[in-house]
Design a protein around this ligand. Structure first.
Ligand code: SAM
Length: 273
């Protein structure tokens, strides 16, 4: 049983979490944060959140527990063909023309959760006959999400927006447990890496990318962290490289080296020359 969390302890815990992950918790998120952190603290054998905080902050062996806490905090909601119109623009307006011009585009799905986004992209590229000409990198901060992504494990819910049944029949298998699995030829085309977007050095290590999808994750960051993440991502883009964020996310209030453009009713951000 945990002792009650004082506002001061919750404040230092949320500060620590934001410092390590970028995840921002406002006053309205306090109860949800306390519930999740308390559950982890109890599972790790602590009976006070303050002791748990000291362990996370100062103990040199806290790495594994921090990873578990991250797994408990992040929202991994995703599904195949999420915000499909954006992905169609990515494939038809950017990747196909680049391949036709003889280039090999490098595309990064940053914050890919359990892998449905890169799997969708790989499926669309395979359907267009250009998967072997494209490099796909996919990353997330959550090791647990990445484990599922690497194994291609899907939930039935994540199939809910697949636009044509033939696509599902062609690219989704049934696993031994009866649950859907991404076809190995798609998985084999994706390089999964663990990357914390709030750490500029980790972003830089991914290297040059012609196109970055960073969708539905900036909403969990403060404006300050969003600015930092966007400027790190922009550092990986060559001139004319593009960044796509989620359809409900906008970068217009930030001053960046990127300009907002629109194709086929889809907004994206291009690095100016
Ligand atoms: C809602 S999912 C979005 C998945 C996918 N991009 C989509 O749009 O369907 C958000 C993902 O962001 C990841 N995330 C949160 N903070 C992160 C960080 N600092 N670095 C990298 N990924 C992070 C979470 O682990 C989670 O998998």
């Amino acid at each position: 049983m945990l002792t009650l969390a004082s506002p001061a302890v919750v404040a230092i815990l949320s500060e620590l979490i934001e410092e390590r992950t970028g995840l921002h918790y406002g006053p309205q998120d306090r109860d949800a944060l306390v519930d999740k952190v308390s559950e982890r603290a109890v599972q790790a054998g602590f009976d006070s959140l303050l002791d748990y905080y000291y362990f996370l902050r100062y103990d040199e062996n806290s790495g594994t527990e921090i990873d578990r806490l991250i797994d408990a905090l992040v929202v991994n909601e995703t599904y195949l063909f999420r915000e499909h119109q954006q992905l169609s623009v990515v494939v038809q307006r950017f990747i196909q023309p680049a391949v036709r011009a003889g280039r090999r585009p490098r595309v990064w799905c940053a914050a890919c959760a359990t892998g449905e986004e890169p799997a969708t992209l790989a499926m669309m590229l395979a359907e267009a006959g250009i998967l072997p000409q494209v490099t796909i990198v996919a990353s997330d901060i959550s090791e647990r999400a990445l484990e599922r992504a690497r194994a291609g494990k899907l939930s039935r819910r994540s199939l809910r927006s697949v636009p044509w049944p033939e696509l599902q029949a062609k690219w989704i298998r049934e696993g031994a447990d009866g649950l859907p699995l991404v076809a190995p030829e798609l998985l084999g085309a994706i390089d999964f890496q663990r990357v914390n977007l709030a750490k500029p050095a980790e972003v830089e290590r991914v290297g040059r990318c012609d196109l970055i999808l960073c969708r539905n994750v900036l909403i969990y960051f403060s404006d300050e962290v969003t600015s930092l993440v966007v400027s790190s991502l922009a550092g990986n883009l060559p001139a004319d490289g593009v960044l796509f964020v989620g359809v409900s996310e906008s970068l217009l209030r930030f001053s960046t080296s990127l300009v907002c453009e629109e194709r086929d009713s889809v907004f994206y951000y291009r690095k100016v020359r």
